[in-house]
Design a protein around this ligand. Structure first.
Ligand code: C5P
Length: 308
């Protein structure tokens, strides 16, 4: 039995970038079939769940002013969903510390939901296994399952049907972050508007998977692709400058992450990443430029929270 003095559970869940994002024609449900390759990065979200009456939430960190703290918040919805399916009446005070940009195409909100699911499951002793957590995650959003599993994975369906991908070595990415976010539904709607013909069924290029297996960043750079790029640029024309500056900064390749606006530039190693980041900072096209490594593990419980 957990006692009321339980100090809480601390979970960390990763943000992601999409190495490839191929998008098919809009379905009657409004969703689009995807073929994507996710890679979890070292930029992650922290959620601490402490025992409480009912459910409550505080949010701090990068972009926290932009995050809703009402019932629409994905971390709160995750805790609520876990209560509903398990029938527990236990409560939790959730404390989210954000590092992943808000509405940045890196699934920060999904990472919050994944972390909240795992933290509450541990706090409440509801004992769901990984597979059950992943199934619940898919109900909350297409990117939540990947935040639970992490590493590198191919996403089919709406991005929520995952197969782990073999990946060798560590990749060094330079991320160009923007102050303003992009709304994922709006980017998908712009994608629909820009289409002349029905797009083919989306497929992941075997060459990209071979590059990951070989641990070859030069080859990986040649296969980076995102079908939402034109739609994101249509909504945020300044993104063109970010993509051009990233290409000029000497990276091996660049790609828009998810529905943007974060742009990821691939470097050869840590030293190269630092130099690409410096050139990008001087280009003044991004609110912030960060260096991250990948792949990173999925949602995991950290050391026990110390009692105050
Ligand atoms: O699943 P999630 O809530 O993250 O998706 C946000 C929105 O992005 C959806 O409401 C939909 O408009 C769009 N979307 C889509 N096709 C996908 C995933 C998301 O059209 N495969």
């Amino acid at each position: 039995m957990r006692t009321p003095e339980h100090p809480g559970v601390h979970v960390r869940a990763p943000g992601k970038i999409n190495l490839a994002l191929r998008v098919g024609a809009r379905e009657p449900s409004g969703y689009h079939p995807l073929a994507t390759v996710f890679q979890a990065v070292s930029l992650s979200e922290d959620v601490v769940a402490r025992p409480a009456e009912g459910l409550s939430l505080t949010v701090e960190g990068r972009g926290c002013d932009l995050v809703p703290v009402d019932g629409t918040n994905l971390a709160l919805r995750a805790a609520e969903l876990l209560r509903t399916v398990t029938g527990t009446t236990a409560g939790a005070a959730l404390q989210v510390t954000k590092h992943v940009p808000v509405a940045g195409g890196m699934a920060g909100g999904s990472a919050d939901a994944a972390a909240a699911l795992l933290a509450c499951d541990q706090l409440w002793g509801t004992g769901l296994d990984r597979r059950e957590l992943v199934e619940l995650g898919a109900e909350l959003g297409a990117d939540v399952p990947f935040a639970l599993t992490g590493l590198t994975a191919v996403g089919a369906g709406h991005g929520d049907v995952l197969t782990s991908a073999m990946s060798r070595g560590t990749y060094h990415w330079v991320l160009a972050l923007q102050d303003e976010g992009l709304s994922t539904p709006r980017v998908f709607a712009a994608f629909d508007d820009l289409l002349d013909d029905e797009p083919p069924a989306p497929e992941v290029d075997e060459g990209l998977l071979a590059a990951l297996l070989a641990g070859d960043p030069h080859e990986l750079a040649r296969h980076l692709v995102n079908d939402l790029t034109d739609a994101a640029v249509d909504l945020m024309p300044a993104l063109d400058d970010v993509l051009a500056a990233s290409a000029r900064a000497g990276a091996l390749g660049t790609v828009l992450s998810g529905s943007g606006p974060t742009v990821a530039a691939l470097a050869l190693d840590a030293e190269h990443a630092a130099s690409v980041a410096e050139v990008l900072r001087r280009a003044e096209v991004a609110a912030e430029v960060l260096v991250v490594t990948a792949p990173a593990p999925g949602a995991r419980v950290l050391e026990p929270v110390r009692a105050p």
